[in-house]
Design a protein around this ligand. Structure first.
Ligand code: PXG
Length: 456
């Protein structure tokens, strides 16, 4: 088969099974089913290699914020590749798009955050975070402050540092993680773990786990607290309203850096440019990726607050960086993505129109017999599938209803992810009202089909 001839789905699946190791995949299971080959996309729709149209309720993997098919980004990449396809940012060098991108991001970021360190992904961004916070305290003359407090069921990437900072037990189990110096506190997942507490009480309880951990380990040992504003991969876990204010109160009493992982929430997902603005947080570091280029090219970074930059500047050379830090083509694409987000008012559209409409429409699904809770913020949503609404009892083993519902969704032309029995969505920010209607119609139809199957 040459690259010119169009392969059939079966041929591609055979090659895939023979040679391609996928991320987060059970390959025996995949081999039996055959991989789904996505061939093209436009707006909010994907087409697979059999010509099926699928509404992408996940914006790829939480990243295609401006939607698919924006030719301007392809043109930006083409122009930049002809002009300067690559040069490094080491050895006192930089390139124009990376310089302009750093300035553009600094302008969007909270007031006290004016610098950007570029990486190739969100995981690399969090590896950078780990090294940067420890370097910060070394320079400050407090090398004992090494430990980072994170949260169970948080997600911060898949590299050794990323997976360690994350709180995913199955990831930890495969490879003796977390590495030393990273500890986890409970997550603010009220629906799943709130017990008899009210939402407000539980939010305070979860936040005070941070305080308890600081007291247990000693402030002089703690470098930073890291958290997503809203946990994405963990199941769109939206903290109770009492949570972030209480975290802020606790952090204000301690000399500990705050790292807000904006890899999903950044670039408009909550209806603000950053989740930190949605929750009025003052982070020292913000890892970013995904929506930064709308996923058109891989790129990430860390937005760094002034007090950390000042310390790093005092400390001489920081021995850290990547071949592709500030890649000119990725930076040119990110700049074009930001231009489109800004000039077309896409973040404003998300906040003022798409999000209220989406949230209103998905809230209607709460009347479905399978639905225990519907929650959402901005262009993020979650639907809890339960057997019994009153007791929150699930169907059988964890993930039974979720996995079934996800498969039914795809078979019916909709991508929605399942985290256990929580169905989650994160559509492109540009999704129209009509497309939201289509999305919600498909979800209800798929919930009906799921319920039918579960009752058999
Ligand atoms: N932080 C957060 C908050 C993320 O969501 C990363 C860091 C790591 O980014 P990279 O670019 O290294 O993947 C992420 C990534 C899922 C899923 O199943 C979520 C992510 C990645 C893969 C799968 O929801 N988020």
């Amino acid at each position: 088969m040459t690259s010119q001839t169009k392969a059939t789905t079966a041929e591609l699946q055979a090659l895939d099974a023979a040679h391609y190791l996928h991320p987060f995949t059970d390959h025996r299971q995949l081999g039996a089913r055959g991989t789904r080959v996505i061939e093209r996309a436009d707006g909010v729709y994907l087409w697979d290699s059999d010509g099926n149209r699928i509404l992408d309720g996940m914006a790829g993997l939480w990243c295609v914020n401006i939607g698919y098919g924006r030719i301007e980004l392809a043109d930006a990449a083409y122009r930049q590749m002809r002009e300067l396809p690559y040069y490094n940012s080491f050895f006192q060098c930089a390139n124009p798009p990376a310089i302009r991108l750093a300035a553009a991001i600094a302008e969007l970021a909270p007031e006290h955050m004016n610098h950007v360190f570029f990486t190739g992904s969100g995981s690399e961004a969090n590896d950078t975070v780990l090294r940067m916070v420890r370097r910060y305290w070394d320079i400050k003359g407090k090398p004992g402050k090494k430990t980072i407090i994170s949260r169970i069921n948080g997600y911060h990437g898949s590299t050794v540092a990323g997976a360690s900072l994350g709180g995913m037990a199955p990831m930890h189990a495969q490879g003796d993680l977390p590495i030393p110096g990273i500890v986890h506190i409970p997550q603010p997942y009220w629906y799943g773990e709130g017990g008899d507490m009210s939402e407000e009480e539980f939010g305070l309880w979860a936040a005070r786990q941070l305080e308890a951990k600081i007291h247990e380990l000693g402030e002089d040992k703690i470098a930073a607290f890291i958290a997503e504003p809203i946990q994405g991969a963990g199941g769109v876990i939206i903290p109770p309203a009492s949570y972030w204010p209480e975290i802020k109160r606790i952090l204000a009493q301690h000399d500990i850096l705050l790292v807000v992982d904006e890899v999903i929430c950044g670039f408009g997902r909550t209806g603000e440019w950053f989740g930190s603005q949605y929750y009025d947080l003052q982070p020292d570091l913000m890892p970013i990726a995904k929506g930064m280029t709308s996923g058109y090219l891989p790129m990430g970074g860390v937005i760094v607050g002034d007090r950390v930059v000042e310390a790093l500047s005092e400390g001489g050379e920081f021995f850290h960086g990547y071949t592709y830090s500030g890649h000119p083509v990725a930076a040119a694409v990110a700049l074009e993505n930001l231009r489109i987000l800004r000039e077309e008012g896409i973040v404003d559209y998300a906040r003022n129109e798409a999000a209220p409409y989406l949230q209103g429409r998905i809230a209607e699904l709460a009347d479905h017999p399978l639905v225990g809770e519907v929650r959402g913020v901005g262009m993020l949503g979650a639907i809890e599938l339960v057997k019994d609404k009153a007791t929150r009892e699930r169907f059988g083993e964890k993930g039974t209803a979720g996995g079934l519902c996800r498969d039914i969704c795809v078979a019916n032309g909709l991508v929605m992810r399942a985290v256990g029995d929580t169905m989650i969505m994160s559509p492109p920010l540009v999704i129209s009202r009509e497309q939201i209607d289509e999305l919600v119609g498909l979800i209800r139809h798929c919930l009906d089909l799921t319920l039918e199957k579960l009752r058999v």
